[in-house]
Write a protein that binds this ligand. Sequence first.
Ligand code: FAD
Length: 267
Amino acid sequence: MQNKEEILFSAAENEFRESLRVFLDGVDAKKIEREIYERDFYPRELYGKLGDAGFLAPVLPVEYGGMGKLVYEAILAEELGAACVPLAWIHSTSSYAYATIARYGNEEQKSIYLPAMKSGAKIGAIAITEPGAGSDVMHIKTSAERKGDESLISGEKRNITNGSKADVLLVWAITNPVVDPARGMSVFIVESDTKGFEVKRDFKLLGGFPGTVNSYLRFDDVRIPGKNMLGGENEGARVMFDELSIERVLYAAMLVGEARPILELAV
Ligand SMILES: Cc1cc2nc3c(=O)[nH]c(=O)nc-3n(C[C@H](O)[C@H](O)[C@H](O)COP(=O)(O)OP(=O)(O)OC[C@H]3O[C@@H](n4cnc5c(N)ncnc54)[C@H](O)[C@@H]3O)c2cc1C
């Protein structure tokens, strides 16, 4: 009888899953997960190994070394969730960032950021939520004021998964305050070593979430070159809803993976 994976996935997709399982077994990801639960450290090195072995960013187009399909990224999210939850969380926000850059970036942006994120050398984060804007994302207050060929970003973001660990952040900001935010926000690629970017505090979530932090970030006149705007001026809402669609698929896949060891333990 065919198992669930043989019915739902193609032979190539199952092959990818199998090689990933062999790799995660080989690096003893489960043991590392237990160590993280005991000592609460961030598994950056293990994430780099995933990149070195070529498993990261399969969603990217073939010309950027990917397999060009979101389903491979979902398989990766699921297997990481099953093998090592904190590793899956690094992958989560990083994958939302690189998948969004792949979809909306121009050739220059893609050639700068995608190879570095695919290799695991750089990690991404998504910065939408603010102290006064959670579910209601249209209430963000962070602003980006155009000054010549640059934009000055000011504001605060909270609840940003691994925000203090990220090298590349996608930051949503209001660029036209006199229109409806749906038509007046843009998204910027911000590198974390840019002057004016500050990690105010890292929080631990309820339940601990070892190996993961939830960051409160501040942007104080952070000067961003115009070429770092992603997807066009005032197109931020469209990019956000696409990003959230990618996020929902990959987040769900990660949680299916996280549930697997619990199910195996229970039956
Ligand atoms: C583990 C974790 C990781 C996160 N990572 C990120 C990240 O990486 N990047 C990022 O930008 N954000 C992140 N977030 C933030 C997340 O997107 C917000 O928590 C979410 O948008 C909800 O916002 P809030 O917490 O302010 O809750 P609120 O918006 O204040 O909602 C509180 C409650 O009110 C309900 N509610 C809200 N509005 C309505 C309404 N109109 N009608 C009825 N009920 C309503 C909600 O369902 C909820 O139950 C993360 C959050 C968590 C918990």
